[in-house]
Ligand binder design. Structure first.
Ligand SMILES: NC(=O)c1ccc[n+]([C@@H]2O[C@H](COP(=O)([O-])OP(=O)(O)OC[C@H]3O[C@@H](n4cnc5c(N)ncnc54)[C@H](O)[C@@H]3O)[C@@H](O)[C@H]2O)c1
Ligand SMILES: [Zn+2]
Ligand SMILES: [Zn+2]
Length: 440
């Protein structure tokens, strides 16, 4: 699959409308950094890579002071995202201090503390003008993506050549194209363990709730209680949802959601028929069903077989459960990443019951990050300490991927420190080593 995708990209060359590419330029004076790189399915390694330099006038190069692993990285880890190449540096969630700037950068200077959006926006296209940064028309040069989806998303950091091939920030340094647009300066009052998550999970979970139209008094189902699902539950509460039901099978995640937020939960390892259970709990149906799960974990034999035989790339089970449990004219929001095609989606239910299926897309971070910073992080209305459960050194990154994939008890978001990091902030985890974590 990877070979065919890469051969296609090599054949088509870069998209002519792309104004930036995922190139690396080593510094004239040399020097290497530690970085996490992909070498194949379930094969990631910490390598020594060249320290990147500025290429374009708008570039900013950061010294990374904090990074992390995301559920989306697990799709790469499993080799489920097209056009990965051996040696690709991963990581789309990171923060840092400005190290170098291009000639065109006037609003940032070396030493500034910033967080970066997981997407690379140009700042000028019709989407960027509306702050729909993830939908930028000009930063992803993948013809393959346009061929598969009809149009291209923005380029993303550390997320395959299907999204532009930009080296990511699970590294000691990273190049940020259009740095003034894609970096948000952070005030000193916001700790690293909160600011870092403006790169993805806070805007993403917020977008899921806002874009799907969760309103005061709604009854909401949330599939998946990883960092995205948990934060989504918190936003639903802040937006006045009356009743929230979380569905997962990881006991520690179910427990955290129940104890910390008082939401109702369903363990699908015990209650195997989630639809029946939800019909019993909410006979009138959910107002909103939010898919915060994954596309690579089939539950039924039939989808395990179809996926194995490459008859489908993605599993439709969560979407179908959402469709079966929302009320007539209810809303289904899909923030979970999907990559391609799924068999057996219940189109009849969508049409006959007037269900509004909303692909939330890759979240437009720029639309929300200032609002979340000012109204929720700086005021303390959204406290990230519940979701940041561990802190490990960059050297442990490969072990972290292996462990995170197995969902060890109590592990949600992990702050990964580099040699440039500040010490842990009060109220956030101290350093631990992945090898010390208890596994399932
Ligand atoms: N759209 C975006 O911009 C965006 C951004 C970040 C992450 N994501 C996606 O959001 C999803 C969640 O991210 P995360 O970091 O929380 O991931 P995660 O892998 O840590 O958590 C996913 C959770 O879903 C649960 N799950 C899997 N199958 C399920 C099912 N059938 N029913 C109920 N629960 C199920 C898993 O047990 C797990 O706890 C991922 O698909 C990720 O790729 C999307
Ligand atoms: Zn992410
Ligand atoms: Zn743009």
């Amino acid at each position: 699959m990877q070979t065919a995708a890469n051969a296609f990209q090599a054949y088509t060359g870069p998209h002519p409308d792309a104004v930036v590419h995922g190139a690396i330029k080593a510094r004239a004076e040399g020097g290497t950094m530690k970085a996490l790189a992909w070498f194949g399915a379930k094969d990631v390694r910490v390598i020594d890579a060249p320290i990147p330099d500025v290429i374009e006038d708008g570039d900013v190069v950061l010294k990374v002071t904090g990074t992390t692993i995301c559920g989306s990285d697990l799709h790469l880890y499993h080799g489920e995202i097209l056009a990965m190449q051996k040696g690709d540096i991963l990581g789309h969630e990171f923060m840092g201090v400005v190290d170098r700037i291009g000639k065109g950068v006037t609003k940032l200077k070396p030493g500034d503390r910033v967080v970066t959006s997981f997407q690379i926006a140009c700042g000028k296209c019709s989407y960027c003008k509306r702050k729909l940064s993830s939908f930028c028309d000009r930063t992803n040069d993948s013809v393959l993506q346009e061929t598969m989806y009809g149009q291209r998303d923005a380029g993303f950091f550390g997320y395959s050549h299907f999204t532009g091939g930009f080296p990511g920030g699970q590294a000691e340094y990273v190049r940020v194209p259009f740095g003034e647009i894609n970096c948000l300066p952070l005030p000193n009052s916001v700790p690293d363990e909160a600011g870092l998550y403006l790169s993805d999970i806070l805007p993403t979970s917020y977008h899921c709730v806002v874009d799907t139209g969760v309103k005061e008094g709604d009854t909401v189902g949330i599939w998946g209680l990883g960092p995205i699902g948990l934060c989504t539950a918190r936003w639903c509460q802040l937006k006045g949802a009356k009743r929230i039901i979380g569905i997962d099978q990881v006991p520690s995640r179910l427990q955290l959601a129940k104890e910390r937020f008082g939401i109702e939960v369903i363990n699908f390892a015990e209650d195997k028929d989630v639809v029946k259970k939800l019909h019993k709990m909410v006979p009138e149906g959910l107002d909103c069903a939010l898919d915060c799960g994954t596309f690579h974990e089939p539950k039924s034999l039939i989808h395990k077989a179809q996926k194995l035989m490459m008859l489908e790339t993605d599993v439709p089970e969560t979407i179908n459960e959402c469709l079966m449990t929302v009320k007539k004219m209810g809303r289904v929001g899909i923030i979970a990443a999907y990559a391609g095609f799924a068999n057996g989606v219940n189109v009849g239910a969508i049409m006959e019951r007037g269900i509004r299926v909303i692909g939330n897309g890759q979240a437009p971070v720029h639309l929300y990050w200032e609002e979340i910073l000012k109204d929720y992080l700086m005021t303390g209305r959204f406290d990230t300490s519940f979701v940041v459960t561990h802190r490990v050194p960059l050297e442990d990154f490969a072990e972290l991927y292996h462990a995170f994939d197995k969902r060890p008890p109590g592990v949600e978001k992990v702050f990964v420190e580099t040699k440039f990091s500040n010490p842990p902030s009060t109220g956030y985890p101290k350093l631990s080593r992945v090898a010390e974590w208890p596994l399932n």
